[in-house]
Write a protein that binds this ligand. Structure first.
Ligand SMILES: NC(=O)c1ccc[n+]([C@@H]2O[C@H](COP(=O)([O-])OP(=O)(O)OC[C@H]3O[C@@H](n4cnc5c(N)ncnc54)[C@H](OP(=O)(O)O)[C@@H]3O)[C@@H](O)[C@H]2O)c1
Length: 313
């Protein structure tokens, strides 16, 4: 049996349940490719899966290899696969129901992948898929954000938020962001017109008649957001809508987004990166063996941009 190194967990728990093991190397099935992983991006979903937060929803079979953002090189193609070939440099978002990319190899459906942007390395590329697709699908697919509209992005300095700021600027919207003061310059450089320090200012005191709210924070932040929307405006959240009745009272819409893989969107995102209109920001790169440390950092809730695990190269 051919094996590989991977980080797995056999039971739910803290970062210490993540263990480096020698495990069977997967094979590419029909419509799939086997990827030699260069890097795996970290998302909050990774530690939510590890600690059992989402087990009712995802019902993973354990042991599980986490990590659903990947960049790497196609090592082998499954039968019937014609879009990708051995040697292609790819990036993508893997299916949540399957083993992920904290490993030397991962098998993936080609529908989850696209060719990696040429202008960035594998480490940066692994930071892109899940968070940028979430931002894209929230702003464009769900909210239909248009040029000239006003958008407020809560959590603008985070994984999803920092892509959303750049997409909204590219769309020529007016971009308002909530973040801590330490992230103000970072966000202005990405294109934010106004940065509100959520620790010192209540955004609802100064912001009104907004067309779109993108909520990546939830809770009280979401609750106070309904009132800043214009009539007919929309709040899109990456979490749950906690009180749909309040949305109705304000004459606005609330939508929950669940990110899905999309090769065409990944191609568009790669083109924006290669054109210089979009830049992933990577706060930390850690070796695969430090997956637990990467989870601890992500769980602080205050990472700027993304964290990436370097697997090879
Ligand atoms: N539904 C879906 O499909 C989907 C997809 C992706 C993500 N998500 C979820 O969406 C959430 C965000 O994901 P993410 O990857 O962007 O997380 P993340 O990268 O961990 O977000 C961290 C950022 O949140 C900011 N932040 C923390 N508290 C804040 C507050 N009260 N107001 C404004 N900003 C605040 C921090 O900025 P400061 O350091 O300045 O505080 C930090 O930059 C997570 O819960 C994730 O699980 C859902």
């Amino acid at each position: 049996m051919t094996t590989m190194k991977a980080i797995r967990f056999h039971s739910h728990g803290g970062p210490d349940v993540l263990v480096l093991e020698e495990v069977p190397r997967p094979q590419a099935g029909v419509g799939e490719v086997l990827i030699r992983v260069h890097a795996a991006g970290i998302n909050p979903l990774d530690w939510k899966a590890r600690d059992g937060h989402v087990k009712a929803w995802l019902q993973h079979r354990l042991p599980l290899i986490p990590g659903w953002d990947v960049s790497g090189v196609v090592e082998a193609v499954g039968s019937g696969e014609k879009t990708l070939k051995v040697g292609d440099e790819v990036y993508g978002m893997l299916d949540f129901s399957r083993d992920g990319a904290y490993a030397e190899y991962v098998a993936a459906r080609t529908l989850n992948l696209a060719l990696k942007p040429k202008s960035i390395d594998f480490t940066q590329a692994a930071a892109v898929p899940l968070a940028s697709l979430t931002a894209w699908q929230s702003l464009f697919e769900t909210a239909g954000l248009r040029s000239g509209q006003i958008v407020i992005i809560h959590g603008g300095a985070g994984g999803v938020g920092h892509f959303a700021v750049q997409f909204a600027k590219w769309k020529e919207a007016k971009v308002i962001v909530t973040a801590s003061a330490a992230n103000e310059n970072f966000l202005r450089q990405l294109g934010a017109h106004e940065v509100i320090d959520y620790r010192n200012t209540r955004f609802e005191k100064t912001v009104h008649d907004v067309d779109v709210v993108l909520d990546t924070i939830g809770g009280d932040t979401q609750q106070r957001s309904w009132q800043v929307l214009r009539k007919g405006g929309i709040l899109v959240t990456t979490l749950r809508i906690f009180s749909p009745e309040v949305a109705r009272d304000h004459g606005v819409r609330g939508e929950e987004v669940l990110v899905h893989p999309d090769t065409a969107q990944l191609n568009q995102i790669a083109a924006l990166i290669d054109a210089g209109d979009l830049k992933p920001s990577v706060a930390a790169v850690l070796p695969l063996t430090e997956a637990g440390r990467a989870h601890e950092l992500s769980q602080t809730g205050h990472v700027r941009g993304k964290i990436v695990l370097q697997v090879t190269g």
